[in-house]
Design a protein around this ligand. Sequence first.
Ligand code: ZN
Length: 217
Amino acid sequence: MSEASSLQTGSQMRLYGCPTCGRVSQLLHAVPDGTFLQCPRCATPLYHERPRSLQRTWAYLIAATVLYIPANLLPIMSTSNVFGETLHTILGGIEELRTGGDWLLAVIVFIASIAVPLLKIGALLVLVITAQRRSRWKQVERAQLYRMIEAVGHWSMLDVFVVVLLVGTIRFGPLGGVMPQPGLLAFGAVVVLTMLAAGSFDPRLIWPEEKDDTRHP
Ligand SMILES: [Zn+2]
């Protein structure tokens, strides 16, 4: 018997790590599957694998992908002045910034509102598809990718910041005004849904246990 196969895993030893306070607890008696377990120190629910992780991640991802389309096609805001009302989409806003000579701002808006959400959706798709196939392909790199998505998540409010920047670039006249439009709602939903998708994904699924690994040896 090789050394690797003689090692017991945490789940075989009924060990549970608390994601909140770090305490490791051992369950002394077998309990039926699905029993609700809590950290004895801080009462955080304990799992070996997050329940229905793949299903929930898929649901959030599909919703985010669908809403990404109206977020970019629908106007995110309208501005009005004495000459009438103008509707602005994100891409249109970037174009206005570029033609107006604000290159740096145009690049920041493009990265934050078009590139980052798209890359985040793409990276999560890679993670969820490979996890579903119990793939052993580039596991270390996939774990790094997951940590990167988590790190980007902390900067998700950048997307909202972009809208503030766009609003700030509009020169208001005495009778001017700015109104949010449906695109902004879809845009905000994409940000929240990709955060929820990243939060639902269980990184343990990158490392499927040997004993369950029947489909992809
Ligand atoms: Zn705890």
